[in-house]
Design a protein around this ligand. Structure first.
Ligand code: NAD
Length: 488
C-alpha cells in the first residue's frame, strides 16, 4: 500500500478543504460541506467546503476582471505561465495521483502513468499549438481589405464529471486558457480534491488571480448560474447525456454557446479473423480500466458467431487473472467503483438485464469486504436487453453475436449514442469499411480507448456536440470569429 505523502496528509487534514476563487482559497460562509469518501473502504477522506451559487457568481466576476488583462498577453507570454503551471503539476505528480486514487478509486499505477501525465501534456500541447497557428487570416477580396480574426470568448465555465476529474479538467482548460480565456471550473461534488489542489499550483506558477477559479458545488444550482450569468460567454460540459440535454436547453434559452461531451455505449465488433488473444486482452482491459467507468469504453461486444466460443474462453481467462485490490496497492489492476450510488446503479442494471433474459458469464456481484468493489461482469443475450441499450458505467460488457458485416454494423448503429467504437479484424479494407460505417466520433482499429494529442476525440448524436477534446478543433471552440473589413 502506497503511503500518503506529507503534502497530501496536510491537504486532506484541512477542515474543511477550501475552494479557490480569485487566487485565494476560501470557504463557504454558509458552512455547507461535502463529505468526500474513499470508495476503497468507505471512510471519510476529507470534508470539503461546498461552493454556493453566490460563490459561483464571485468566481465569474473575478474571472471577468482577470480576462481584461489575460487577453492582452501575447500567446508566448500566456504559454510561459501555463507551462510553469504544467511543470508544477508534473512536480506534484505523486500528490495528484494519490488524490485521484483516494477520491475516485482508480488504481495508483494508472493515475501516475496516465491521468496525471496525459493531463499535463494537454497544457503543453496547447501552449505549443497556439504559438504555431495563425489567429488572423487575410481574406483576398476584390473590393475591400479584409481579414478574419479569432479571439477568446471571455469567461468560460466548465462542468466536469467524477470519472476522470483531473485529466478531463486539464484537457478542458488547457485550450481555453491558451486561447486567452479565463475559467470557472465546477468539478463533480463526489470528486473535487485533485481539481481543488490545482489552485495551489496555479498560484505558485504565477497564473494571475482570477484566471482559474474552482468552485465544487451542486449540479442543478451551479448549472443554473453558469448557464445564465451574462458574463459567462461559453460553457463546456462533460457528463451524462441526460444532464447535457438539460444544460444544453438552458444555454439555448440564454443563447449561450455550449459544447457537450456526453455518455456512450461503445461497441467492439470482433470478426473471426481477428487476433482473438489481443482482442480478449484489450477488451477485458476496457472494462477493468477505471472499473469500466469510462465514457468511450467498449461495453457492447458484437462477435462473429463462429468466433464466440473461443473468444469467450480467452476473455474469461484474462478477467479471472485481473488483480482486484485496494487501488493504493501498486499491484492493483482494478479498484472499486466510485460510490454506493454507482454500485446500486450497476446492480440494478444487471438484475433487470437478467430478468430480461441475459446470461451471466462471469461476475455480476459486489465483492466481499469493505468498499464498492464489483466483479468484472460479462452478460450475453439479445439486442433488446436493457444492458445492451443503456450506459451502465461499470465493469460490465454485454455480448451479442452477428452473422455478417451488415448485421454487425446494424447492431452498432442501433443506438442513438455515437462516442467511440472499435473493429477487430486482420482484413484492412474491411476494417476501413466498418470504421467508416459505424456512426460515432471515433472508430478504432484492433484497439479500444486510443488517445493522442492531435487526434480529435468527440461524440455525435446523444454523445456530444462541439469540437471534442485534444485537437485543433477544440482550441477553435474556445475562440470566436470576428471579421474586419474596409472598402477600398
Ligand atoms: P452527471 O451528468 O451526473 O454529472 C456531471 C457534472 O454535471 C457533475 O459536475 C454534476 O454535479 C453536474 N450536474 C448535474 N446536474 C446538473 C445540472 N442540472 N446542471 C449543471 N450541472 C449539473 O455525470 P456523472 O455521473 O458525473 O459522469 C458520468 C457521465 O459522464 C457518463 O454518462 C459518462 O459517459 C459521461 N462522460 C463523458 C465524457 C466524454 O468525454 N464524452 C467523459 C467522461 C464522462
Amino acid at each position: 500500500m502506497v503511503a500518503q505523502t506529507d503534502k497530501i496528509k496536510a491537504f486532506l487534514a484541512q477542515d474543511p478543504v477550501p475552494f479557490y476563487i480569485d487566487g485565494k482559497y476560501v470557504v463557504n460562509s454558509d458552512g455547507n460541506e461535502i463529505k468526500v469518501e474513499d470508495p476503497a473502504d468507505q471512510s471519510v477522506l476529507a470534508m470539503a467546503s461546498k461552493a454556493s451559487p453566490d460563490d459561483a457568481v464571485k468566481a465569474i466576476e473575478a474571472a471577468d476582471i482577470a480576462f481584461q488583462s489575460w487577453k492582452q498577453l501575447s500567446t508566448a507570454e500566456r504559454a510561459e505561465k501555463i507551462n510553469k503551471f504544467a511543470d508544477l503539476c508534473e512536480r506534484d505528480t505523486e500528490e495528484l495521483a494519490q488524490l485521484e486514487t483516494l477520491d475516485v478509486g482508480k488504481v495508483i499505477e494508472n493515475a501516475r502513468g496516465f491521468d496525471v501525465p496525459f493531463g499535463v501534456e494537454a497544457l503543453r500541447y496547447y501552449t505549443d499549438l497556439v504559438q504555431k497557428i495563425e489567429f488572423e487570416t487575410v481574406l483576398e477580396l476584390a473590393d475591400m481589405d479584409a481579414k478574419s480574426v479569432r479571439l477568446p470568448h471571455g469567461v468560460v465555465a466548465f462542468v466536469f464529471p467524477w470519472n476522470f476529474p483531473l485529466t478531463l479538467c486539464l484537457w478542458g482548460i488547457a485550450p481555453a486558457l491558451a486561447a486567452g480565456n479565463t475559467v470557472v471550473i465546477k468539478p463533480a461534488a463526489q470528486t473535487p480534491l485533485s481539481t481543488v489542489y490545482l489552485g495551489k499550483l496555479a498560484s505558485e506558477a504565477g497564473i494571475p488571480d482570477g484566471v482559474i477559479n474552482i468552485v465544487p458545488g451542486g449540479g442543478p444550482d451551479m448549472g443554473e448560474v453558469l448557464s445564465s450569468h451574462p458574463k459567462v460567454k461559453y460553457l463546456s460540459f462533460t457528463g451524462s447525456t441526460a444532464v447535457g440535454k438539460t444544460l444544453g436547453a438552458a444555454c439555448g434559452a440564454n443563447l449561450k454557446p455550449v459544447k457537450l461531451e456526453l455518455g456512450g455505449k461503445g461497441a467492439a465488433v470482433i470478426f473471426d479473423d481477428a487476433d482473438l488473444d489481443a482482442a480478449a486482452e484489450g477488451l477485458a482491459g476496457a472494462i477493468t480500466l477505471n472499473s469500466g467507468q469510462v465514457c468511450c469504453t467498449a461495453t457492447r461486444w458484437i462477435i462473429q458467431e463462429n468466433a464466440m466460443p473461443s473468444f469467450i474462453e480467452k476473455v474469461l481467462a484474462v478477467l479471472a487473472s485481473t488483480v482486484i485490490e485496494p487501488p493504493m496497492n501498486e499491484t492493483s489492476q482494478m479498484g472499486p467503483v466510485v460510490s454506493q450510488t454507482q454500485l446500486n446503479t450497476i446492480k440494478n442494471y444487471i438484475s433487470e438485464g437478467v430478468k430480461q433474459g441475459a446470461e451471466v458469464l462471469c461476475g455480476g456481484k459486489q465483492l466481499d469486504g469493505p468498499g464498492y468493489f464489483f466483479g468484472p461482469t460479462l452478460l450475453k443475450g439479445s439486442e433488446d436487453n436493457i444492458c445492451f441499450k443503456e450506459e451502465i458505467f461499470g465493469p460490465v460488457a454485454y455480448l451479442t453475436s452477428f452473422t455478417d458485416e451488415a448485421d454487425a454494423i446494424r447492431q452498432v448503429n442501433s443506438l442513438d449514442y455515437g462516442l467511440a467504437n472499435s473493429v477487430w479484424t486482420k482484413d484492412e479494407p474491411r476494417a476501413e469499411r466498418v470504421a467508416k460505417a459505424m456512426v460515432s466520433g471515433n472508430s478504432w482499429v484492433n484497439a479500444h480507448n486510443v488517445f493522442a494529442y492531435g487526434l480529435p476525440y468527440g461524440g455525435v448524436n446523444a454523445s456530444g456536440v462541439g469540437g471534442g477534446v485534444n485537437s485543433l478543433d477544440t482550441l477553435l471552440d474556445y475562440t470566436r470569429s470576428l471579421s474586419i473589413a474596409e472598402p477600398k
